[in-house]
Write a protein that binds this ligand. Structure first.
Ligand SMILES: *Cc1c(COP(=O)(O)O)cnc(C)c1O
Length: 383
């Protein structure tokens, strides 16, 4: 037995393969079928239609693309306003701003980076078209409250469920509650295919148009179903569907979902148990209505300086930890567009103080112990 290596680098993320990705890609090659919308695309889409109970799911080349389809489906255009949390990835806002929307940034909750439902209503104007709740770290936003506000004002709700795979709100899967939802299968997500995404459509009024946008503005889907005898250019759209081997890769990961999720949730719980008595930091808060899908484990430090010192401390011990978003309302682009006027103290606090710890399927519990002990040691020296 070798002793545990206490100096080896613990990366922040490590890509994991099930071993079957290659086999399924070879199937595509053997079948001489590499463009999209083939057997594996359909397997993936049907899997999510069943898992979410969605009207229709469409594989996309990324979550960003799926969000762009949402912007088109919601009819977002110049002058429309879309409410987006400031503490999120650029794509949650970009997909709407590139259709001409004004982005109205909302603050996060005091105990969670998720959008604060109490702060949405005062941002609504006659120009508001949509709300984009982002389920940060896979922790559900308060969807009943958001849907109630949206219904009262006739707004479309688009869930950015990029991190929300296999996660639930009051027993309902994330991505099944808003009118539309977008998932990501980027390398950094729980199940992945390099670059990839999914559009979930929960409101049947969007299904037909979504198929057209997906197929470069043509009614090809209707043609293949025999509903029309020729197909042509009928609407706007783009090439949103990925190549077949992207879906083939993802299918291998979907098959291994339970293994992946069991491991990640166990890691998450081990971090939580290890760190819950460190009184200087806050740990993720999982509300009663939400569950944990093991997407990310984060801690919240007391200041930017403390977080910088902790990152350096962990780095000296071979542990890579990373901060996350920079508030979008303070971004260069928001300043250019004049969207930087709001004071959003919680978003700014997460920008400065939130730190993510290593999280990937193959993380070992010895490694988690090393991270936990290093953090405890830091706070013993820096109380
Ligand atoms: C990863 C992520 C995205 C972008 O996903 P892509 O598939 O890379 O386009 C969007 N929103 C959130 C919240 C994300 O975490």
């Amino acid at each position: 037995m070798t002793k545990m290596d206490t100096t080896a680098v613990i990366p922040f993320n490590k890509v994991w393969f099930t071993g079957r990705e290659e086999e399924y890609i070879k199937d595509c090659i053997a079948a001489k079928k590499t463009c999209g919308n083939g057997r594996f695309t359909k397997l993936c889409q049907e899997y999510f239609e069943n898992a979410l109970g969605a009207e229709k799911c469409l594989m996309t080349t990324s979550c960003t693309d799926a969000l762009e389809m949402c912007a088109l489906l919601a009819g977002i255009g110049t002058g429309d306003e879309v409410i987006v949390p400031s503490y999120t990835f650029v794509s949650s806002a970009l997909a709407f701003s590139r259709q001409g929307a004004t982005i109205v940034f909302a603050d996060s909750m005091a105990d969670s980076p998720d959008i604060d439902p109490d702060k949405i209503e005062s941002l609504i104007t006659p120009k508001t078209k949509a709300i984009v709740p982002v389920h940060y770290a896979g922790i559900a936003c308060d969807m009943d409250r958001i849907m109630e506000i949206a219904d009262r004002h006739g707004l479309v709700v688009i869930e950015d469920a990029a991190q929300g795979i296999d996660s639930f709100y009051k027993g309902r899967p994330l991505g099944s509650i808003g009118h539309l939802a977008a998932f990501s299968f980027h390398e950094t997500k729980n199940i992945q295919c390099g670059e990839g995404g999914l559009l979930a459509i929960n409101d049947s009024r969007f299904v037909k148009r979504a198929e057209i946008l997906w197929e470069k503005g043509t009614n090809r889907a209707e043609f293949f179903r025999g509903e029309v005898n020729k197909y042509g250019w009928v609407d706007t759209g783009s090439s949103f569907l990925p190549a077949e081997y992207v879906s083939a890769f993802l299918w291998a990961q979907i098959e291994a979902m339970k293994d992946i999720q069991d491991a990640r949730k166990a890691h998450w719980n081990a971090y939580y148990e290890g760190l819950k008595d460190v009184e200087q930091i806050l740990l993720p808060h999982i509300p009663d209505y939400a569950v944990n899908n093991g997407h990310a484990f984060f801690i919240i430090c007391r200041s930017l300086d403390e977080r910088s010192a902790l990152i350096a401390w962990l780095k000296e011990r071979g542990i890579s930890s990373v901060f996350h978003y920079l508030s979008l309302h303070k971004s260069v682009y928001s300043q250019k567009r004049g969207w930087d006027k709001a004071e959003l103290p919680e978003a700014d606090r997460y920008t400065d103080c939130l730190l993510r710890l290593p999280m990937f399927k193959e993380l070992t519990h010895d490694e988690i112990d090393r991270v936990v002990n290093a953090i405890k040691e830091f706070y013993r020296e820096n109380p």
